[in-house]
Design a protein around this ligand. Structure first.
Ligand code: PMP
Length: 401
């Protein structure tokens, strides 16, 4: 299709052999050679601990780790002082819930989420609510799968201390107008946390322009390694948050007699030896994303989504979810066929899709289904991936009559 801008980067992905159609990038992205090389080099040639060694190798590794912090903060337009490396978006959200949440929430305070959140932006708040007596409200979604901002505005009250929403839904690919949501939250004095897992790989996120207080994301969805992610917080917020985990590297002074004082943020939130090489790989992924340009990736994926939705909508008994301008994600179901059967037949045809609840069971309940089939695109996806998906679906139709 003419409207799909070619990015032509598939050859940079050794994990995608000829003839295999990887359509599960929303779960985790395949890695370009540049990221694999950066990780290999860091272990093979540059490896040492950070922050503690006085020898040159360790000092150099520390510089690399801090350069990674700056690059990863740059991915969301933030300053490095506000960037905490975590194990992933899940840990970033748990950090805010445990630290900021316990320090700031009391019985009767309210937290506002949406119905389309990933479990990692639900369960930490439920656990916090149990500990503090806070109450959770759930913002509805529109028919085309967006967080309903007018409902959000109506629901918000001065009792709300936190609004926690996804930037891009991992089931529908619908994109939130984060600036509008942030303005609404701030109007009632609430903070806003954005789960940016699905946004950072494809949108030019700018935390200052969006006006958010907390922004959480994972490296592995951004073509980087697993086991590392980030929390970015507005300047000043981290300084007033108590430590999340205790251990080495997060302290100022430890005394068995006088107790412990803590390092300033972000070190205060990075207890223990961090995922040093993970940060280096995250840096390489940030560079790779920036060199390609996220606007180009997003436009490319919009073209693939339009092509896929057009072809899939021609198929009898197939229900498409989400909006037409989905950011790289197409969710659907077929009448009378379980998603797992669809995915198994697609796998036989060399097409890897996800079928299941996508860690969004409240959204599945709302849709009245136990699962959807989800095809998700990335920079390396191309029209042949869509064609293979569509052909595979016709095969499912033939098998199930
Ligand atoms: N939020 C969203 C929207 C996601 O897609 C994911 C990953 N599936 C997460 C949170 C959790 O991210 P991670 O597993 O990398 O911590």
């Amino acid at each position: 299709p003419a409207n799909i801008a070619p990015l032509d980067v598939k050859a940079q992905f050794p994990g995608i052999p000829e003839g295999w159609h990887y359509l599960d990038s929303a779960a985790t992205a395949q890695k370009p050679q540049a990221v694999i090389d950066a990780i290999t080099n860091a272990y093979a040639h540059d490896y040492a601990t950070v922050h503690r060694g006085v020898y040159e190798r360790s000092a150099a590794m520390t510089r690399s780790y801090e350069a990674a912090r700056a690059a990863v903060a740059g991915l969301v337009g933030g300053d490095p002082e506000g960037l905490v490396f975590t194990r992933g978006a899940t840990e970033a959200i748990n950090l805010v819930a445990a630290s900021w949440g316990e320090a700031n929430l009391n019985e009767g305070d309210r937290i506002l989420l949406s119905r389309l959140e990933h479990h990692s932006n639900i369960v930490p708040w439920q656990m916090l609510a149990e500990r503090t007596g806070a109450v959770i409200d759930v913002c509805p979604i529109t028919a085309d799968g967006r967080i309903d901002l007018s409902a959000l505005e109506e629901m918000l009250s001065e009792h709300h201390k936190l609004v926690a929403l996804s930037h891009v839904s991992n089931v529908f690919g619908s994109t939130l107008d984060v600036r509008a949501a942030a303005d609404m939250a701030h109007k009632v004095g609430a903070k806003i946390l954005i789960d940016g897992c699905q946004a950072v790989p494809r949108l030019d996120v700018d935390v200052a322009a969006l006006g958010v207080d907390f922004y959480a994301f994972s490296a592995h969805k951004c073509y980087g390694p697993t086991g590392v992610g980030a929390l970015w917080a507005q300047p000043g917020l981290l300084d007033h948050m108590p430590p999340y985990q205790g251990g080495g590297a997060m302290i100022d002074r430890v005394s068995l007699e006088d107790g412990t004082t803590y390092a300033p943020a972000p070190a205060r939130f990075e207890a223990g030896t961090p995922h040093i090489v993970g940060a280096v790989g995250f840096h390489a992924a940030a560079d790779w994303l920036s060199s390609l340009g996220r606007e180009a990736i997003h436009n490319h994926e919009l073209g693939l989504v339009a092509f896929a939705r057009e072809e899939l909508s021609k198929i009898d008994g197939l229900t498409l979810y989400g909006p037409d301008d989905s950011a790289g994600i197409v969710s659907f179901n077929m009448d009378g066929v379980h998603g797992h059967d669809v995915a198994t037949i697609l796998d036989d045809a060399g097409v890897a899709v996800r079928a299941g609840h996508h860690c969004a069971q409240p959204l599945m309940d709302y849709l009245g289904v136990s699962a959807t089939v989800r095809a998700s695109f990335a920079a390396h996806s191309d029209p042949s991936d869509v064609s293979a998906l569509v052909e595979g679906i016709y095969k499912v139709k033939r098998i199930f009559g």
